[in-house]
Design a protein around this ligand. Structure first.
Ligand SMILES: [Zn+2]
Length: 333
């Protein structure tokens, strides 16, 4: 069989496509960037031109200001760039998140960015795309990682609220994606009372509501010191828990929503009383099932725990390589 040069190759700035003259999720400023989603390690300010979904462009403008790039284009349908065609498909990770399919010379490469397969009421579901080369993350790329169904974790939260009605429940959740997912899951579980949010979440929550995500009644979590509201849910970014902000709540139940809460030592380290295993990244069964579903003849692993996933691919007869891309390790989760 004749081997073709892949359409993409790793560079220090990120994955580069010479035919189309663009980078995907570059970690340093480049002339043309295609961006999978709005998390800070994938979406950076300062590129020449940015092509991304309309929602990712909106999120970047909210976070960085309207002038985050010299030029922007919202991805819709297939777009020709140089000698290749690119198309964005939902990734189920956060609002606006997309996989990017790059196609040319009879080859299709899909760069999935970050993704999850469990239903996420805060964004469109992952859409499997058949391809020759599938580029995947491996944040939770070890067989030990098997995330529970998010509604089960929300049920644990509601049980705790019923058991301790006088204690406020403070939930640590990253500002883009996780916070809105937790709130939408609470609404789906029938929790109708107003939810208090930290000021750092206000703009992104308002944007999700504008985009039709049902977050219900949200109120600013501005309470007087020593006058903690009773029986309330408060959602805040994890950074708030290290600050004096948290001291205004009397005897709170500290919860944290993250795939990492599977690791009980991490929960203890953060002083988390109620760990909620809710992840916006694929767990081991989702990673391996997705690789099979794409029918890819080759797999590239961008970041995370690459070794085990590469080994699994090899045992499954799928050639695989770790890209060891740097700059994506601080993924909010
Ligand atoms: Zn992400």
């Amino acid at each position: 069989m004749k081997t073709r040069a892949p359409l993409l190759h790793p560079t220090p700035a990120g994955l580069f496509c010479p035919e189309g003259d663009f980078h995907i999720d570059p970690v340093r400023p480049v002339p043309r960037a295609l961006i999978t989603h709005g998390h800070a390690d994938h979406a950076r300010a300062g590129h020449g031109a940015v092509l991304a979904t309309r929602q990712t462009l909106d999120i970047m403008a909210i976070r960085y200001g309207a002038d985050f790039a010299a030029q922007t284009q919202a991805a819709e349908g297939a777009i020709l760039l140089g000698g290749v065609s690119v198309q964005f498909h939902p990734a189920g990770h956060v609002l606006g998140s997309a996989q990017i399919a790059v196609e040319g010379a009879g080859q299709r490469v899909v760069v999935s960015g970050d993704y999850t397969r469990t239903p996420n009421p805060a964004c469109a579901p992952f859409e499997p795309v058949t391809c020759d080369i599938f580029v995947t993350e491996a944040t939770f790329g070890l067989p030990v990682f098997r995330h529970p169904d998010p509604p089960l974790e929300i049920a644990r939260l509601l049980s705790s609220m019923a058991a301790f009605p006088e204690r406020p429940h403070l939930i640590g959740a990253y500002a883009l994606g996780k916070a809105q997912r937790v709130i939408a899951l609470l609404r789906a579980a029938g929790h109708d009372a107003p939810i208090l949010i930290h000021g750092a979440l206000a703009k992104l929550c308002a944007y999700h509501a504008d985009e039709g995500i049902d977050l219900g009644d949200l109120l600013p979590a501005t309470v007087e010191r020593g006058r903690a509201p009773e029986g309330q849910v408060v959602v805040a970014p994890p950074s708030a828990f290290a600050a004096t902000w948290v001291q205004r709540f009397r005897d709170p139940v500290i919860a944290h929503a993250s795939g990492w809460m599977t690791v009980r030592a991490r929960a203890r380290q953060r002083g988390v009383e109620l760990p909620l295993v809710i992840s916006d990244h694929a767990d081991w069964p989702e990673l391996t099932e997705t690789i099979r579903e794409t029918g890819a003849g080759e797999v590239w692993v961008t970041h995370g725990r690459e070794e085990a996933l590469v080994r699994w691919c090899e045992l499954a007869g799928i050639p695989a390589r770790p890209l060891r891309l740097v700059g994506y390790e601080d993924e909010p989760e």
